[in-house]
Ligand binder design. Structure first.
Ligand code: FES
Ligand code: FES
Length: 186
């Protein structure tokens, strides 16, 4: 099983990014999963590269690099973004949450619980992005999530395995878990 539900080791407070020799360097300070990180980065470095290569937060997946699949979704200042098309430099002074930062003190986030309960995954590759998008959907829309709404809101997240049925059920249950309001059956 993928380690999407587990919190990985906290990133180092100072992280050095792989650099292209001769490339311009700039310093960024970003809070990642509650911990402030200061790093020197190439201004062209993508947030997905920074998270995966510099901080070893590999729960954020990269499935396309063309902003289509959604496997790379994280939260920047509380809103879902595709980290494969977000510059690290654009996050300077901001706060990033990845799938590793979603659980608290060893307790799964309610949306993670819902994905586990509903088996909303097969290979798990899309799952971190699905869960981060799902939390964002509930944060924006509350518990008014009928099946059609969930499917429409997840249009930026592609799953190659499941057929989406269990993912949609998981998001609706996760919404209920997060808000304490049960979804009407459809
Ligand atoms: S890797 Fe970012 S959308 Fe596919
Ligand atoms: S579970 Fe395999 S891509 Fe979604």
């Amino acid at each position: 099983m993928f380690s999407i539900f587990k919190k990985s080791a906290a990133p180092d407070a100072k992280a050095s990014a792989p650099q292209d020799p001769g490339a311009p360097i700039t310093t960024v300070t970003v809070t990642v999963n509650g911990r402030t990180v200061t790093a020197e980065v190439d201004p062209r470095m993508l947030l997905s590269q920074f998270l995966r290569d510099s901080l070893q937060l590999t729960g954020t997946h990269v499935g396309c690099d063309t902003s289509q699949c959604g496997a790379c979704v994280v939260h920047l200042d509380g809103r879902a973004v595709k980290s494969c098309t977000t510059l690290t430099l654009a996050c300077d002074g901001g706060s990033v949450t990845t799938i590793e930062g979603l659980s608290q003190d060893g307790t799964l986030h309610p949306m993670q619980e819902a994905f586990r309960n509903n088996h909303g995954l097969q290979c798990g590759f899309c799952t971190p992005g699905m869960i981060m998008s799902a939390v964002d959907i509930v944060n924006r829309k509350g518990n008014t999530l009928d099946e059609a709404t969930v499917r429409a809101e997840l249009e930026g997240n592609i799953c190659r395995c499941t057929g989406y049925h269990n993912i949609v059920a998981a998001v609706r249950e996760g919404a209920a878990n997060m808000t304490g309001v049960k979804q009407a059956a459809e």
